[in-house]
Write a protein that binds this ligand. Structure first.
Ligand code: ATP
Ligand code: MG
Length: 389
């Protein structure tokens, strides 16, 4: 798929800007703090219904209008897809004193109001940022988020299970606290255990499957990007145990049964802690480079390469799951790569219908500039197309 028109109104530092994008390579040049990352964040928001940076909805609304009666950011994209063209529109309403305006996100697809959960992944995108290294080097939360966002784009059942899991987890945790304080009995847990394990089974099964695909393709990309010098292996570590080949449940109901068993054995500790200690919210997956844990042992360059390989594997996963190319977004990642790795990334990305690359240093990516189908300049929240280099 590819975006052929994008409009941002009162989003971040954009008052109102409209841009026509091309198939193939689009390159967006701009000095620091002009709006390059905001632009890609906007596209990512239209794709996942979430911000790529931790922030509240109000942060997304242009600050100058935040104190007005109806502070709202509007983002629109016209998308050509294998599954039919799409007009995607998201309105982000910031906090307001007027009680008739509800804060939050509203979505319209081809003019029809939809839930945000229905809109996730309709415009599929994969976003590379310089923070991706933290998927490899950072805490488990970031690895879970990588998987969750990737799978949610193609599997609505997964997204629903995640939402239900989060609700039930909260209920169960407050019940565990009540039991600890003697205000509820252990028998009250049975219902919540069932609910949690049911959603948990769906989540863990989907993660195991998705990771299986990422493992195969990611290893290939790692090999390519490092000229065969580095191998990457990935293994899933569900907190309820299992997932190596010898000890891996096959379907959702088996994962659910396992989770119920493990919960039964952990009950005393959970009541003592007043919170749920096992389940998908505690999952992790391990990345090894040349046989050693990448978080603890790999060099920064190896970690960065692994992160790139993972993003490329995500793009490949989305392509196969959707039967259509996701839009590939690179936020300032090319200039930090050596020539070989840059070539490796571009070579693969060239097989996708559309890529949007931002850079503050066009001189360092001359090769890309000359090949681009569209060139843009971002300055103080306005985007203009320009000719030449
Ligand atoms: P860099 O090269 O440093 O990464 P950038 O071009 O990617 O820069 P952005 O991250 O897109 O820059 O941010 C551009 C500007 O947007 C920043 O100066 C920031 O303060 C501003 N900004 C962020 N949110 C809002 C908002 N809600 N309203 C107005 N301005 C905002
Ligand atoms: Mg930036």
């Amino acid at each position: 798929m590819h975006i052929f028109k994008l409009e941002l109104v009162n989003f971040r530092n954009y008052a109102r800007t409209s841009v026509t994008l091309h198939r193939g390579l689009n390159i967006v040049v701009g000095d620091n703090a002009q709006g390059k990352s905001n632009l890609l964040e906007g596209i990512y928001l239209l794709s996942t219904m979430r911000s790529s940076r931790a922030s509240s909805d109000s942060d997304l609304v242009r600050r100058d209008i935040l104190d007005t009666e109806f502070p709202v950011a509007r983002l629109t994209a016209e998308v050509e897809r294998a599954a039919g063209n799409l007009h995607m529109e998201v309105a982000v309403v910031g906090r307001t004193t007027d009680p008739s305006h509800r804060a939050g996100k509203r979505v319209r697809m081809n003019g029809v109001a939809r839930r945000t959960s229905e809109a996730v992944g309709q415009l599929a995108a994969v976003l590379f940022t310089t923070l991706d290294i933290d998927i490899v080097a950072g805490p488990p939360l970031l690895r879970r988020r990588f998987l969750d966002l990737m799978v949610s784009q193609v599997d609505r059942g997964y997204l629903r299970a995640m939402q239900r899991y989060a609700r039930v987890l909260q209920q169960r945790n407050s019940l565990l606290k009540q039991i600890r304080e003697g205000h509820a009995s252990r028998g009250d847990l049975n219902f919540w255990d069932q609910e949690l394990a049911h959603a948990g089974g769906i989540i863990v099964k989907a993660r195991a499957d998705a990771l299986g695909q990422v493992v195969a393709h990611g290893a290939q990309q790692m090999d390519r990007l490092s000229d065969g010098r580095e191998t990457m292996e990935i293994s899933y570590k569900p907190s309820m145990g299992g997932a190596d080949e010898t000890d891996c449940p096959i379907d959702e109901t088996e994962w659910t049964a396992r989770m119920l068993r493990v919960m039964a054995n952990t009950r005393d500790r959970e009541v003592g802690a007043g919170s749920t200690l096992i389940g998908p919210h505690r999952d992790d997956w391990i990345i090894e480079i040349n046989g050693l844990d990448a978080g603890g042992f790999a060099s920064r360059a190896q970690q960065r390469t692994a992160a790139l390989a993972l993003r490329l594997a995500e793009a490949n996963y989305l392509r196969h799951a959707l039967g259509d190319d996701p839009v590939v977004l690179l936020d300032d990642v090319l200039s930090e790569l050596d020539a070989r790795r840059r070539r490796g990334v571009l070579e693969y990305i060239d097989t996708f219908q559309q890529t949007i690359i931002t850079t503050a240093e066009p001189d360092r990516v001359r090769d890309v500039m000359t090949r681009a189908a569209g060139r843009y300049l971002v300055s103080m929240g306005t985007i203009t197309a320009f000719e030449g280099e």
